[in-house]
Ligand binder design. Structure first.
Ligand code: SGN
Ligand code: CA
Length: 547
């Protein structure tokens, strides 16, 4: 009996100690959770916290209302995989080696989720990585292979590949929510990367949003009919104009059969991707197709009837509206789904100790300068949305105009978690800005370098320096041209004042500062040449269809 009691007491003691230590662990690890939300090609012009003339995004806006909106956040190389490599490594692309979408990534490099994992965070990633490799340092992942599909997407997972039926934005959110609800280890803080494919081209909304948004008309940007006359060769030579490069079928969703039937009447003929329309539409089930057809029939009837009699200007306008209808409809789904996740954080009580970041891998042209796509150092693609909330740390409703970059994200998140960043990371922690210690922020200029040329959209190689007041860029490879923009006087960047004598001193000064930045970040003319050679060796062809 005595013995039995003895055992019972011992057992209770052990249980008590165990549950007590469990409790202590929960309470001891006060480090903040991180929810890093990133979409693909989401222009800041399409977030109502920045500008509400195109779209209302009440859920994304909540992050700014409760936190901070960065108005001068930018990327260091405006294209998908390079931006992701910079975010993951905290290094410029000429250092991490992923200078364009095609270069392989050296996976022996440390990516920041690995550091979080080592430091005791539970880590996960759902959605689009578009990196050529599976992620490292995440306890769980389900990612789209390559660009991924909007409808019934495939996923790579640690357990093999799988296909999930439905609309990609909803599915990525379901995966994220399920993990938060069922897989999260309450004893550990989490670092979750929730990354959307939308609104990447070819802009396929879900059927409901498609029906809703095709009923809308959107205001045109001031520079829709830009003729690039006061600029350099690069803007003129780029192949991303709505009228001349946006595709009828692939982009505007005119059925190939309709184009075929119209023949010359559908001119000017734009070169189409093979299977451009049937790529996404072809993945739909009969039931999904029936819903899309209801809307597609209307678009196609309108095109067939009205297009042949339209002027060039009217054609541009028609394409712009079709573009905005689909692009913004995709974002509207992202916004709804971000709302679902924010709601869950609130309901579960997690919100209080969770940093939420919303950003995109870069910005995008929504008809500004007559364009779609990105790549240029000009504002719409150089800048990227950045909204951050962190209860009790960031003052709600704050706007910050300092020059911050995707280069800074890794160091910022690590610093927020109290983790030391790697010495060779090249960004700066945004903690002084987030915590209101602005006087500790010293950077006044950022460095930019774009490489992927010659390739799809034909944006020439260039590097440059950007301050709050000026932007100086050097376009090279098959040209040697400089451009200077006075950001305050010419916010739409319509006039290159590089040769204007009034700016001669400014040019001198910025060139020196640019040299310093190149030296500081270990970029150089030799490296430019090295990457040109590697690109040639890879025999990357113009308009390769891989990406
Ligand atoms: C695809 C797109 C291009 C886009 C690149 C790179 N065409 O090739 O318009 O510039 O990706 O985008 S489409 O077939 O998707 O319509 S990135 O975001 O991956 O860098
Ligand atoms: Ca992108």
């Amino acid at each position: 009996m005595r013995n039995k009691n003895h055992y019972l007491i011992a057992a209770l003691l052990v249980l008590g100690i165990y549950s007590c230590s469990q409790k202590e662990e929960t309470q001891a690890d006060k480090r903040p959770n991180i929810l890093f939300i990133m979409s693909d090609d989401h222009a800041y012009q399409a977030i109502s916290a920045y500008d509400d003339k195109l779209l209302q995004t009440p859920n994304i806006d909540r992050i700014a209302d409760e936190g901070m909106l960065f108005t001068n956040a930018c990327v260091s190389n405006s294209i998908c995989a390079p931006s992701r490599a910079t975010i993951l490594t905290g290094k410029h692309t000429h250092i991490n080696g992923k200078i364009d979408n095609l270069m392989p990534f050296d996976t022996s490099q440390v990516t920041f989720p690995q550091i979080f994992q080592q430091e005791g965070y539970q880590t996960a990633m759902f959605g689009k990585l578009h990196f050529g490799n599976n992620p490292k340092g995440v306890d769980e992942f389900m990612i789209l292979p390559g660009q991924g599909y909007y409808l019934n997407p495939d996923f790579n997972t640690p357990r093999g590949d799988t296909t999930i039926m439905g609309y990609v934005t909803d599915i990525i959110t379901d995966l994220t929510l399920n993990w938060l609800k069922d897989e999260r280890d309450p004893r550990k803080p989490f670092m979750m990367m929730y990354m959307h494919k939308a609104p990447h081209r070819p802009w396929w909304p879900n059927p409901e949003k498609f029906a809703e948004f095709t009923q809308k008309q959107f205001p045109e940007p001031e520079t829709l009919f830009d003729d690039y006359s006061n600029r350099g060769t690069a803007a003129k030579d780029a192949e991303m104009n709505l009228l001349t490069h946006m595709m009828y079928s692939h982009d505007s969703k005119v059925r190939p059969e309709v184009l075929e039937r119209m023949g010359e009447k559908a001119s000017p003929k734009v070169e189409e991707f093979e299977n451009g329309f049937y790529g996404p539409y072809g993945r739909a089930t009969a039931e999904q197709k029936a819903k899309y057809d209801l809307v597609l029939d209307g678009i196609n009837a309108d095109f067939e009837e009205n297009w042949p009699s339209m002027t060039e200007e009217e054609k541009m306008r028609w394409k712009y509206q079709r573009y905005m209808q689909d692009y913004l409809a995709c974002i509207s789904s992202v916004d709804d789904n971000v709302g679902r996740v924010l709601d869950y954080l609130e309901e579960s009580g997690l919100a209080e100790n969770t940093i939420v970041v919303y950003t995109s891998d870069q910005g995008f042209y929504l008809g500004e300068h007559g364009w779609f796509d990105k790549r240029f150092i000009y504002n719409e693609s150089f800048k990227t949305p950045l909204l951050v909330k962190w209860p009790n740390v960031i003052k709600p409703g704050t706007t910050e105009d300092e020059m911050v970059q995707n280069l800074d994200f890794a160091q910022t998140l690590l610093a927020a978690a109290g983790i030391t960043a790697l010495d060779d990371m090249q960004g700066e922690s945004l903690m002084p800005l987030l915590t209101g210690a602005r006087e500790q922020w010293t950077r006044d200029a950022v460095y930019y370098h774009y490489y992927e040329y010659p390739s799809v959209h034909m944006v020439k190689r260039h590097y440059g320096i950007v301050t709050k007041e000026f932007k100086l860029a050097h376009f090279y490879y098959d040209i040697d041209e400089w451009e200077l923009y006075d950001r305050a006087k010419d916010p739409l960047e319509m006039n290159n004042v590089y040769d204007d004598p009034a700016y001669a001193d400014k040019v001198q000064e910025l060139k020196l500062q640019l040299d310093d930045l190149r030296a500081q970040y270990k970029d150089s003319p030799e490296l430019d040449q090295k990457y040109i050679q590697i690109y040639k060796d890879m025999q990357v062809k113009k308009d390769n269809d891989f990406w």
